[in-house]
Design a protein around this ligand. Structure first.
Ligand code: NAD
Length: 352
């Protein structure tokens, strides 16, 4: 297990190890915080070197979800499930049934949905074991289904605000470098293309890169080259920690705004970006569209409510940038300060 720092302002409330030898399931569910409501956050399936690496990723992602849900004014705490993709064959349906049973055991303290490596079909299997799941096929025009288009919309409207704040104009004619063309990245490319942006893209699955290049005239570059691509905006939509000691110095973009969670390897990398004059739109502030849709589905809100809240992502980013300006903090630290203050406020109210 990775070492947990007991001095963290908000250490996780619980870490549940989930295993099912029959199906090959090996994973972890982290409840970072249930102060604002059930700990909500998707289920990621990925290859990890070992169990500590998997657990560390889940801990970081769950904390990010707590901050994201607090900043989006959702009545949800933060959590995350991570499943380690087995090396060989495994029974996916049985694994997700077993995962669903583990979610059910938590009695509603954790609500799951899709994330990287999981699909609506997986969540339908989870639903056979528990009702604490969202991201299911929408019924009669209600919110539901793949949350990615909402995430892409939230990133897009936030990017429009960031561009206006930094350059004083709109996206028309600007170059945006998009890393990762999965569920969110491909959708974001469509919105950017419609807004007149020029696209440079990188994706390790060449068929996805080819599809975006054909549809939107995007230029394809390698995963490494995308960081050095001359562009106004870099939109990371693959995995986390792409901004690290090595990459920050190579980045040509003046704005970073994308969907990838935990895009900074360390907070110091964010400081370095700010020192270089790069505007970093904090990931969990701009990528809350999907969890807003998940929350609406779980709590029975309307689609109109989802759209209004997702479109407000841009204003939420501006409040963070205003706070950064007032306090002299770089935006990623300003966002953390606001999110922690919100959680602390709830804690004080609960203790009173
Ligand atoms: P996805 O798995 O559908 O897409 C990710 C894509 O990135 C894949 O196509 C993968 O091949 C590609 N990729 C991985 N490493 C790469 C690299 N080094 N270079 C180029 N491409 C690479 O995932 P998604 O649902 O689109 O999510 C993208 C990111 O956004 C993730 O970090 C996820 O946690 C975050 N996010 C997603 C949502 C959502 O609603 N789906 C919500 C919030 C945050």
């Amino acid at each position: 297990m990775p070492q947990l720092n007991a001095n963290l302002p908000f250490p996780p409330e619980a870490v549940h190890v989930v295993t099912d030898p029959e199906s090959g399931l090996e994973g972890v569910i982290v409840l970072h915080s249930t102060r604002l409501g059930p700990a909500a956050g998707g289920c990621r399936v990925w290859r990890y070197a070992d169990r500590p690496a998997m657990t560390l990723d889940a801990l970081r992602l769950a904390e990010g979800m707590a901050y994201k849900n607090a900043m989006a004014d959702l009545p949800l705490g933060g959590g995350k499930a991570v499943i380690r993709l087995p090396d060989g064959e495994f029974d996916r349906v049985r694994a997700f049934e077993a995962f669903g049973r583990e979610v059910e055991k938590l009695g509603g303290a954790y609500v799951t949905a899709e994330d990287v490596g999981t699909s609506v079909a997986d969540m339908e299997v989870v639903r056979s074991q528990t009702s604490h799941v969202a991201g299911l096929p929408p019924a009669n025009g209600a919110p539901g289904g793949d949350p990615s288009p909402w995430t892409a919309l939230g990133v897009f409207v936030s990017m429009q605000k960031a561009v206006r704040s930094k350059f004083g104009g709109d996206l028309d004619g600007l170059t945006v470098a998009v890393q990762g063309l999965g569920h969110v990245g491909a959708e974001l490319c469509e919105l950017l293309h419609r807004a007149g942006a020029k696209l440079v893209v990188a994706e390790i699955r060449s068929e996805l890169a080819a599809s975006v290049a054909c549809k939107y005239g995007a230029q394809i570059v390698s995963s490494q080259a995308i960081l050095e691509t001359p562009c106004e905006v870099f939109a990371p939509c693959a995995l986390g920690a792409v901004l690290n000691r090595n990459s920050v110095a190579r980045l040509k973009a003046r704005i970073v705004c994308g969907a990838a969670n935990n895009v900074l390897a360390t907070v110091e990398d964010g400081d370095e970006l700010a020192a270089r004059g790069v505007l970093l739109a904090p990931d969990y502030v701009v990528n809350a569209g999907g969890i807003i849709n998940v929350c609406a589905e779980y709590l029975g809100w309307s689609l109109a409510e989802v759209e209004a809240r997702v479109r407000a992502s841009g204003q939420r980013l501006m409040s963070v940038l205003d706070h950064a300006e007032e306090t002299g903090l770089p935006p990623h630290r300003a966002a953390d300060a606001l999110a922690r203050a919100r959680l602390a406020q709830v804690q004080r109210r609960a203790a009173a």
